[in-house]
Design a protein around this ligand. Structure first.
Ligand code: COS
Length: 382
C-alpha cells in the first residue's frame, strides 16, 4: 500500500517541531541573520527536546527516529530559519558515517558525546580544490604504528568552529584516486585549528569555517570502516542526508509561499487584492504544486532508507527538485511582493538568500543531475 498519512506520533512530532520553530526560531531569525549570530541557546533547547540527533539509535542515547521522522522535523526547522535549522541538524551528517562504519567502541564514544550533552560534530569532506570532485582532495592520513597522522585543510565546514569532533576524509593512498580515501573520527584538540568563519549570503546564523589538521594524531581504531573505502562511505552518507536537506528546502519554500499568499490577499492594486489577479494566481498555483511534489519526492527518498533500500537516485531527485523549488518559490515570493520584496523590512528576501545554498551544499544542483543521469543510464546494483 502506498500511504504517506502520518501516525498520531508522527503528527505530534511534526507539531512539536513546528511549535519550536514558531516560538524559538522565528522570533530571532531575522535579527540573527543580520550579524550572523550563533544560535547556541536555541541549539541547547532543540537538544533537550530531542529535535537534534534524531537518527541516533536509542542504544547510543538518541531518539532513534526514522529518516522519515527526521524529514518531518527538518521541514519545520527549515520553515523557522534554515540557517538555525542547519546548525541544529548538521550533527546528522557527521554521525552518519560513524553509524554506518564505526566500531561499537567508536559509536559508543562519539555518538554518546552528542547525546550526553548538546555538543556538535562536523563532516569534513570539501577542500579548497576538491568540491564536487571529491577524489581531488589533498588532506593526508599517514599510518604510524597504532595511529594515523592527519594533515590538510577542509573548507565550508558547517558548525566547524563549534565542533567537538569531526568526521574527516583523507588520502591514505595518494595515487589511487577515489580508492585511496579513508574516513576518520577526529576529536578536536590543539592541533586542529579553526582558520576562518565565512561571511555568507544566506543561512547567516549557521557557522561555516575552514578547519586545518596540523599533524593531528588519532588512534588507528578511529578509522571508519576499511582503509581506502572512505569515498563510498561519503557517497552512502550523502544518500542518507540529502533527504534532510531536501526537507529543509521544502520548509524554506513553504515559508516564502505562506508569506507571499498572505501578502497577495492584503495588497490592493487595480481596486482588488492582487490575489484576485490571474497573473498572481498562476504564480501561486505553480508554487503550491512544486512544494507538494518536492515534499512527496523527499518523503519517498526517506521512506526507502527506512525500508533498508538503496535510495541514491531518489535522494538526488528529492535534493535537486526541492532545492530548485526553494529557489524558484522564494524568487516568485519576492516577485509577488513587487518592489517591497526587495526591501529587507518585508522579510521575504531572506528566503531567497537562504534558498540559494540548497542548490550548492551536499552536492550542487549539477551533481544531483549527474547522479540522476548515471543512475538512469547505468543503474548500480549495490
Ligand atoms: N553508494 C555507494 N557507492 C557509491 C555511490 C553511492 N551512492 N556512488 C558512487 N559509489 C561508488 C561507485 O560504485 C564506485 O565504486 P568502485 O570504486 O567500486 O568502482 C565509486 O564509488 C566511485 O564512483 P564514481 O565513479 O561515480 O565517482 P566519481 O569520482 O565520478 O564521483 C560524484 C561521483 C561526482 C557523484 C561524487 O564525487 C559526488 O557526489 N560529488 C559531490 C560531493 C558532494 O556532495 N560534496 C558536498 C560536500 S558534503 S556537504
Amino acid at each position: 500500500m502506498v500511504d504517506f498519512s502520518l501516525t498520531d506520533e508522527q503528527q505530534a512530532l511534526r507539531e512539536m517541531a513546528h511549535d519550536f520553530a514558531e516560538k524559538e526560531i522565528r522570533p530571532v531569525a531575522w535579527e540573527f541573520d543580520v550579524d550572523g549570530t550563533w544560535p547556541q541557546e536555541i541549539i541547547e533547547k532543540a537538544w533537550e527536546l530531542g529535535l537534534m540527533n534524531s537518527h541516533i539509535p536509542e542504544e547510543y542515547g538518541g531518539p532513534g527516529a526514522s529518516t522519515f521522522e527526521g524529514a518531518l522535523i527538518e521541514e519545520e526547522l527549515g520553515w523557522g530559519c534554515s540557517g538555525i535549522g542547519t546548525s541544529i541538524s548538521c550533527n546528522g551528517l557527521a554521525a552518519a558515517p560513524v553509524m554506518l562504519a564505526g566500531s561499537e567502541e567508536i559509536k559508543r564514544e562519539f555518538l554518546g558525546r552528542l547525546t550526553e550533552a548538546p555538543k556538535l560534530a562536523s563532516f569534513c569532506l570539501t577542500e579548497p580544490d576538491a568540491g564536487s570532485d571529491v577524489s581531488g582532495m589533498r588532506t593526508t592520513a599517514v599510518r604510524k604504528g597504532d595511529t594515523y597522522v592527519l594533515n590538510g585543510s577542509k573548507c565550508f565546514i558547517t558548525n566547524g568552529g563549534h565542533a567537538d569532533w569531526f568526521t574527516v576524509y583523507a588520502k591514505t593512498d595518494k595515487d589511487a584516486g577515489h580508492r585511496g580515501i579513508s574516513a576518520f573520527v577526529v576529536p578536536k584538540d590543539d592541533t586542529v585549528t579553526v582558520d576562518k568563519k565565512e561571511d555568507k549570503m544566506g543561512q547567516r546564523a549557521s557557522n561555516t569555517a575552514t578547519i586545518t589538521f596540523n599533524d593531528t594524531e588519532v588512534p588507528a581504531r578511529n578509522l571508519l570502516g576499511e582503509e581506502n573505502h572512505g569515498f563510498k562511505l561519503a557517497m552512502m552518507t550523502l544518500d542518507r542526508t540529502r533527504p534532510g536537506v531536501a526537507s529543509m528546502a521544502v520548509g524554506i519554500a513553504r515559508a516564502a509561499f505562506e508569506m507571499a499568499c498572505d501578502y497577495s490577499k492584503e495588497r490592493v492594486q487595480f481596486g482588488v487584492p492582487i490575489a484576485m489577479h490571474q497573473g498572481i494566481q498562476f504564480l501561486i498555483a505553480d508554487m503550491a504544486t512544486k512544494i507538494h511534489l518536492a515534499r512527496l519526492a523527499t518523503w519517498n527518498s526517506a521512506v526507502l532508507l527506512d525500508q533498508g533500500r538503496r535510495n541514491t537516485i531518489e535522494s538526488s531527485h528529492a535534493k535537486r527538485f526541492a532545492a530548485d523549488t526553494a529557489m524558484e518559490v522564494a524568487t516568485d515570493a519576492v516577485q509577488i511582493f513587487g518592489g517591497y520584496g526587495f526591501i529587507k523590512e518585508y522579510k521575504v528576501e531572506k528566503f531567497m538568500r537562504d534558498a540559494k545554498i540548497m542548490q550548492l551544499y551536499e552536492g550542487t544542483a549539477q551533481i544531483q543531475r549527474l547522479v540522476i543521469a548515471r543512475e538512469t543510464l547505468l543503474p548500480r546494483s549495490s
